[in-house]
Design a binder for this molecule. Structure first.
Ligand code: GLC
Length: 452
């Protein structure tokens, strides 16, 4: 498709493809298209907008995934940054890998929990900054089969996640505190070459030895830039081995999606994004961290992501023995029970314009607006500035029709029960005549005019 065509023409064509994209994958920004174009077209690979749309459709529909931080730091239980934060000498830290003896197939529990929580994909650390590989590798003996676990934990993970019908993601930290070249690679070219070869070999092993992999989730590129990591070459290898994979942006290239961390911020127009978040304040197991989010907060975060066209990747930090902290299980199960009844308002949802309410959040599919009430107001509930004509309304989980009246400045849903019928949130499905829109200035303008 690219042969005999100028780069400018090719870009135009790509932009046209983007404009024709469905609402779940918006038109790409010119710059993003250009970067990706130069990466893949230069290498003669299949391009870009249409291919990305194809690769990412399932991910956009999925909306909700599980992040797992698990490594030898889980034995210590003092956060995944303990090695650096506490300046633990390498020889001392290496002992943890020997004490890391998880029960067989611990990942089954993770995968079952993800499915019960309503999550559609899982991303697990295959190597975190500590440098310990959870997978079998020919590059080092500092890996699960040759240390405490005595087996390939990534293999068990892949099998467990597939068995639950979920998509498989690999987190992989480029930064490595254990490898002798991990820091000096920034100032010593021979070290950089050795280290990049080491890292690329890991990525190749991960992309070769585990069947189909759905997501590659790079992390922390310190101390090199994209040129230093040879990220383009690395991604080219990834796509040649896994043509359907999607790749994030933490190898200092744009990749397929952005990764806002511990915050929910939609990426610039047209850019796919996923907000990753801890359930307490730590990614890796930290025994004393009791700063848990409530199930309601988790669901509301998921809604914020869905409303703005993004995904939510929510973390668990299993212990070294492979058990999941009870509090995490409890929260995930409560979220899952709610998702079982109401998940259809989240999966495959589309960006939603209405957002104004003191007691509700909104998601949307086509011309249906879902009003998710988190602070039940009583027998009536209002959507202010609702300008799209409404045809009907019902409680989503029970299907029970509810009455409403639509006035110029507001939609009032009436005859609701005194107490919230569903917890932690109750969802009302509001069928509209067209895409639901809320006018945020209408009320202020109209009221002001009357007082003049
Ligand atoms: C940060 C942290 C890391 C965690 C990651 C998840 O980069 O260094 O510990 O794995 O965020 O996004």
């Amino acid at each position: 498709m690219m042969t005999g065509m100028s780069r400018r023409d090719a870009l135009k064509l790509l932009a046209a493809g983007g404009a024709a994209a469905t609402t779940t994958v918006n038109a790409e920004s010119a710059e993003f298209v250009e970067n990706t174009y130069s990466l893949r077209a230069q290498r003669g690979l299949r391009s870009t907008v249409e291919d990305r749309e194809r690769r990412m459709q399932w991910w956009h529909d999925a909306r909700f995934g599980m992040f797992i931080h698990w490594g030898s730091y889980s034995v210590l239980g003092r956060h995944e940054w303990a090695m650096e934060n506490e300046a633990i000498p390498i020889a001392e830290y290496e002992q943890l890998a020997k004490q890391f003896t998880p029960k067989p197939n611990a990942a089954r529990e993770f995968a079952r929990l993800a499915r019960r929580a309503g999550q559609k994909y899982v991303v697990m650390t295959t190597k975190h900054h500590e440098g310990f590989c959870l997978f079998d590798t020919k590059t080092t003996s500092y890996c699960a089969p040759k240390q405490g676990p005595g087996r390939d934990l990534v293999r068990e993970y892949v099998d467990a996640v597939r068995a639950e019908g979920l998509r498989v993601g690999f987190y992989y930290s480029l930064m490595d505190w254990h490898h002798p070249d991990g820091a000096i690679c920034a100032r010593d070219e021979a070290a950089r070459k050795r280290f990049v070869e080491y890292i690329h070999t890991h990525v190749r092993e991960l992309m070769t030895n585990y069947g189909k992999v759905d997501i590659l989730w790079y992390d922390v590129a310190w101390p090199l830039d994209a040129k230093g990591w040879e990220s383009e070459r690395m991604n080219e290898m990834v796509f040649s081995l896994q043509p359907d994979i999607i790749v994030n942006n933490r190898d200092k290239l744009d990749g397929d999606f952005s990764t806002p961390e511990q915050q929910i911020t939609a990426a610039a127009q047209g850019r796919a994004w996923e907000s990753c978040m801890t359930l307490n304040g730590s990614w890796g197991y930290q025994a004393a961290d009791d700063d848990w989010k409530t199930p309601k907060q988790v669901i509301r975060n998921l809604m914020s992501c869905s409303r703005d066209g993004g995904n939510y990747l929510l973390n668990i930090g299993p212990r070294g023995d492979g058990s999941v902290p009870e509090e995490s299980v409890r929260i995930f199960e409560t979220v899952g029970a709610w998702m079982e009844r109401n998940g259809a308002t989240i999966y495959a949802s589309e960006p939603c314009q209405p957002r104004r309410s003191a007691y509700a959040m909104f998601t949307r599919k086509g011309s249906t607006l879902y009003m998710h009430i988190h602070a039940w107001p009583g027998e009536s509930a209002v959507v202010t500035g609702m300008v799209t004509p409404v045809k009907s309304a019902r409680l989503f989980a029970s299907g029970q029709t509810v009455r409403f009246k639509q006035e110029k400045l507001r939609l009032v849903v009436t005859g609701l029960p005194k107490q919230a019928p569903d917890r932690p949130l109750t969802t009302i499905a509001i069928e509209c005549d067209g895409e639901p829109k809320q006018d945020n200035i209408l009320v202020r303008n109209e009221h002001a005019r009357r007082t003049v």
